[in-house]
Design a protein around this ligand. Sequence first.
Ligand SMILES: [Fe+2]
Length: 595
Amino acid sequence: MTPAPGLDRRTFVKGAAVATAALAVPLRGFDAAVAAAPASRGIFGYGVASGDPTGDAVVIWTRATPPPRPGEPVAIPGSGLGSPLNVVWQVSTDPAFENVIGEGNVHTHASSDHTVKVDVTGLAAYTAYWYRFKARGETSPVGRTQTAGDEPGTTHALRFALASCSNYTGGWFGAYREIARRDDLDFVLHVGDYIYEYGNGADRYGPPELIGVRDGQPATETIDLQGYRLRHALHKADEDLKAAHARHPWITIFDDHEVANNAWSDGAENHQVGEGDYLARRDQALQAYLEWMPFRVPDQSQPHQGTRFFRQFTYGDLGDLTILETRQNRSKQVDPPGGPSVTGFVPIGLDPRIDQALADPTRHLPEPEQLEWVKAAVATTGRQWHLLGNQVMVIPFRLPGAVLGAPGTTLVNADAWDGYGADQRAFLAHLAAQPAEAGDAVVLTGDIHSSWAADLPADPASTTTYTSAGVEFVTPSVTSDGFYELSASIVPAGTTPEQRVGLVGLVAGQIKSLNPWTKYLDGVGHGFVVIDVTPARVQADYFHTPTPTSAMPDPRVVRDVVPAYKRSMRTVAGSRQVTGTAGPVGPRSDHPAGA
Ligand SMILES: [Fe+2]
């Protein structure tokens, strides 16, 4: 059992020196009183978290705010202020800490924003543990975590929550509250948009009812290290998110909004002139991400470009979970005729230059080294399921242009795999070429703020008939605007919530007929998905907020609303297809030791 050897992010993230220099300038949009509130509740006001559980290790995390000495300012996240602090960590096999099996010391300081991360190793597989931190006479809340059921020759139950797109100003985190309440999950898989970069002004993202109730910190767009640190701290101070982190380990990967909307390797739709150098911004954003998330940076020795974030977890012979990272090295998105748009949708079949660019084999979503690594992962034999934690949808998704004000056209999302046609085609063909003994691929995706279950057509150019090469389950957003919210901009004033729900249902029907591999699509509910894996099948249980009505037009703004069970889909081993099924799943077939 050892603490992580010197978590020096300068090894991994270029531009840290730039970030440190930036601390000398006055803090932008910094409301010290609000920002300090969670920290003022004590040294451990941002809670505890754990992550990246393997069969014998898990990362534990906290933020330890040094108590200010008389006359000293509070070490607000991102401020670069505060004296170093010695923090003791403890791991126990029981919540009362009567059997502490590991402990140690970590020295934290302003250069890591007073965050603390320890990679606790030497643990037993498929076992529950409790952890806490101590400093200056204070003890943190107790976190529960567990290691992976990764024992050769033994098949354990595997069940986890899938989440994405948790816009703080978009609503209360009822999904996280419900996830925290569950005691049957191995971990939470968050596939991106854990934070959003927008400010509280004209760029505010979310329902107006929450202005003054759930405002972003900082108040302006996050563009530098102090801004991203404070935005992460704001999330870690949210009571529902804090509870979900304390209850389960998390496996996370960033998407675009952890940096800026529709990011690519050297820019982003939401990175403008006047916001500085994009790569410096990205490196500061990712530095804050690594400081504030219970993330284990993987071994950097395998082939990769930049920092390697893609990594894999294994679960005995049941399966593996491959985590893709598709922002750092992706080619620039193909722009619509009028230039970059927030949505990223472009017409197909209208402008040959757009069609050629979408299919250009020199443009990539994952860089070639990563795509080869993913292809090898799904070709591995000896495990039934190859689960892929992925950011943007793999399936072809053709949208009737009328939905976005372009009747008579068909649109695709240039920010998703559709926008990188050569990679999409190669990956789907590779899946289709795998023999039965390679098992089956299940892609787990977020990003599009709606719930989907679909077959993966072997040929993305398929129309009415297709061969299925695997399946994709897509989680709705925790809070970010979905199809229902977007519909407000295209309906006449006075349209009722019930009428808008009906309209979204009609559009979903059109999308399903244009994309016949889509077996389930809901554009209204927010929430999460529970993924339950057995040797025989993978089941996805969708949990949604209530359908809006005239009495409750936006459930996201109601503090006590949590998502409830809505629908189940599954794929049976060997079928490589998705079908509806009864649900939700019942008790686990077995539980980790100590749970
Ligand atoms: Fe999102």
